[in-house]
Design a protein around this ligand. Structure first.
Ligand code: MIC
Ligand code: SF4
Length: 640
């Protein structure tokens, strides 16, 4: 038998119809062992799940609350209450606010080597550190996976990352993934699963591995995976889950699309400079730059090891700048307390915050105007911090610690940081577990006034005719399309979220213009270039534009999750056959696209010219697009 990569082994075993794996790019349907949401994507996901008429979810499912935690008014608590009660009704585990960040909790409590999983958040890929294939997707795809236990996706290419040596020179796991970003860039992972292997793997703990797989999202990768080995066993045993362990690795002689070699011993501290995780340089070249804030945490770097290393560097000293800390989970916070590090951190002047996403998604912790914030997070897109004029650079926890003490970018000692090894804490009591079906059926789902009904969308007309509402450049992120931050409490209210936030940081007149155009019968068109929709999995970046009358997006290339979300909400995703045609279109141009035959040749007509387009959707998506979106199609089939 052909030797298989670890990725191929897991995917093969999960093929719904059995058989062998097809060539890269062909659609595969796999069984999903776990599906989860977080609160910011979860309410829409749950509304869609309810609209599907599902009584009880099929795979292990979890609703985590970690993003929208500020309870300033009724909106966020209403969302939490809806998520709690709908979880009880449908057989989903509920993780209340304060328990921790979804990806961190997932690793601690649910992921087993060899599993497949889907989460309504782009950093679901974090779980790859535990030898599993977990991917981010939009809320509709999660709802469907919860309803059916299956997910369809293009077969990815598998790229091996051969690790040798061990980290030294003050480098941490964050520097491994920053190196990968330097090599591959922010779109170099599209259609790829990065499979880490080689003798260097054994030197990395599970949480270090998760830091690396987590930020695979920043390369646009489908996901990343590490083998399951003695370190995996050690981690699972420390979580009292030794029974979940199985050894897993690639077969000798497995073939890969490409091999990337990284010598861990040669790495040095790196920094991703504002405004992109792909702007990677050496910290050494930026030493002495004045900073205004340090923020430690996020799903990338909030483990006990991360925070204990940070605390060791601060021990007995005082921070010079505003320094915020977000532990990954309540269990991590308890472990830090047990080891005495909570006291160290507080005594150093650190502002210890709630276990959750916090400043990473602009929920507090915004930097001062024109300030520079050094963060151990994974994204530094413009305005994401909530302060328009501020900049964010991304670094490892030890750079964050050394810099917090001096108020400028500083390299710590190159000696490895030694921290206290205390047992991990178990906090499974925080979860609200599913009720038996007969009791679940009696649960009343509570919908406060923040929970709006899903909008109805009409089918695709034969021809789209309207205006180019926006012409954009490269790397437009979902934070540009549909910002989070102060707008996060509007996630359950499509109309308000669309009117107040869609593209508002790019062009504050967008929502108003789009509405007027829609109400006059026009079909809105967006034009962009490379890597459109990078970043978050938020389906609101498709749902809200659709509500505002956008019916097609024409770009050079799309990010993976966003293109699926566009299809799910009936927006036709198209690419230029010849990228140079981008220059032939201007914002405000009246254009038309005949979409009567989505499987035929497609053109955009503008200024008397016909520009050739390619579909960015799969043939299997045509019915969804024609119906005006996934839910309208689901409902038609369900009724029929
Ligand atoms: C992010 O980091 O951008 C988020 C917020 O976690 C998103 C999900 C969301 O927008 O709710 C993600 O990464 O998918
Ligand atoms: Fe939360 Fe930030 Fe991780 Fe997104 S990237 S899940 S906002 S911690």
């Amino acid at each position: 038998m052909k030797p298989l990569s670890l990725t191929e082994k897991i995917l093969q075993e999960h093929l719904v119809d059995g058989g062998t794996l097809p060539a890269a790019g062909e659609v595969i349907k796999i069984k999903i062992d776990e599906a989860f949401t977080q609160d910011a994507t979860g309410t829409m996901c749950m509304l869609q799940l309810e609209a599907m008429g599902v009584d009880r979810v099929k795979p292990l499912s979890v609703n985590f609350v970690d993003h929208s935690m500020l309870q300033v008014g009724f909106r966020n608590p209403d969302d939490h209450e809806y998520l709690r009660t709908v979880a009880e009704k449908l057989g989903i585990i509920y993780s209340p606010p304060g328990t921790g960040i979804c990806h961190f909790l997932n690793m601690e409590n649910f992921v087993k080597p060899g599993m497949t999983g889907l989460g309504a958040d782009s950093h679901t890929v974090n779980a790859g550190g535990c030898g599993a294939i977990f991917m981010g997707a939009g809320g509709y795809d999660i709802a469907l996976a919860m309803a059916t236990g299956n997910y369809s996706m293009p077969m990815p290419k598998v790229v091996k990352v051969n690790l040798t040596g061990a980290l030294g020179n003050g480098a941490m796991a964050m520097d491994v993934i920053l190196k990968m970003l330097e090599i591959n860039g922010v779109k170099g992972g599209k259609g790829i699963i990065f499979e880490y292997a080689g003798p260097g793997v054994a030197s990395l703990s599970l949480t270090e591995r998760a830091t690396i797989t987590n930020m695979g999202a920043e390369m646009g990768a489908t996901t990343s995976i590490f083998p399951s080995d003695e370190r995996t066993k050690e981690f699972l045993e420390s979580r009292q889950r030794g029974g979940d362990y199985q050894a897993l690795s690639a077969d000798d002689g497995a073939e890969y699309d490409r091999i990337i070699d990284i010598d861990l011993s040669a790495l040095e501290p790196m920094i991703a400079l504002y405004p992109s995780p792909g702007n990677v340089e050496k910290v050494a070249d930026h030493v002495g730059t004045k900073i205004h804030q340090v923020s430690v945490g996020s799903c990338t770097n909030s483990s006990y090891e991360n925070i204990a290393s940070f605390a060791e560097i601060l021990k007995g000293k005082r921070v010079k700048v505003d320094t915020l800390l977000y532990p990954g989970s309540r269990a991590v916070a308890m472990q830090l307390a047990e080891a005495g590090y909570m006291t160290t951190l507080l005594a150093s002047g650190v502002r210890v915050q709630e276990n959750g996403c916090g400043a990473c998604i602009g929920q507090g912790g915004s930097p001062v105007s024109n300030g520079l914030s050094l963060r151990t997070f994974n994204r530094n897109f413009p305005k994401r911090s909530g302060t328009e004029s501020a900049q964010v650079h991304l670094v490892s926890p030890s750079i964050a610690a050394a810099s917090a003490l001096t108020g400028e970018i500083t390299l710590p000692s190159s000696e490895p940081v030694k921290f206290k090894d205390v047992p991990q804490m178990i906090d499974t009591d925080s979860f609200i577990m599913p009720l038996p079906p007969e009791e679940a059926a009696k649960v009343e789902v509570i919908r406060g006034p923040n929970i709006m009904a899903l909008p109805d969308f009409d089918p695709l007309p034969e021809k789209l005719t309207g205006e180019v509402l926006l012409k954009l450049g490269d790397n437009i992120s979902t934070d540009d399309i549909q910002p989070a931050g102060i707008f996060l409490p509007l996630r359950s209210n499509v109309k308000e979220y669309a009117m107040q936030a869609t593209f508002n940081q790019v062009d504050p007149s967008f929502s108003r213009r789009a509405c007027e155009h829609r109400d006059a019968g026009g079909h809105g068109i967006i034009v962009g270039r490379e890597n459109y929709g990078q970043g978050s999995s938020r389906e609101h970046a498709a749902l809200c534009p659709r509500w505002l009358g956008v019916r097609a997006v024409v770009v050079a290339q799309f990010a993976r999750i966003h293109v699926a979300n566009l299809v799910n909400f009936g927006i036709v995703p198209l690419t230029f056959a010849d990228e140079a045609d981008y220059d032939k279109i201007a914002q405000g141009d009246t254009v038309s696209i005949d979409v009567s035959n989505l499987e035929g040749d497609l053109f955009l007509e503008v200024n008397g010219e016909k520009i050739a387009l390619n579909p960015a959707f799969e043939p299997g998506d045509v019915a969804t697009l024609k119906a005006g979106g996934a839910l309208p199609l689901f409902k038609t089939n369900y009724k029929g």
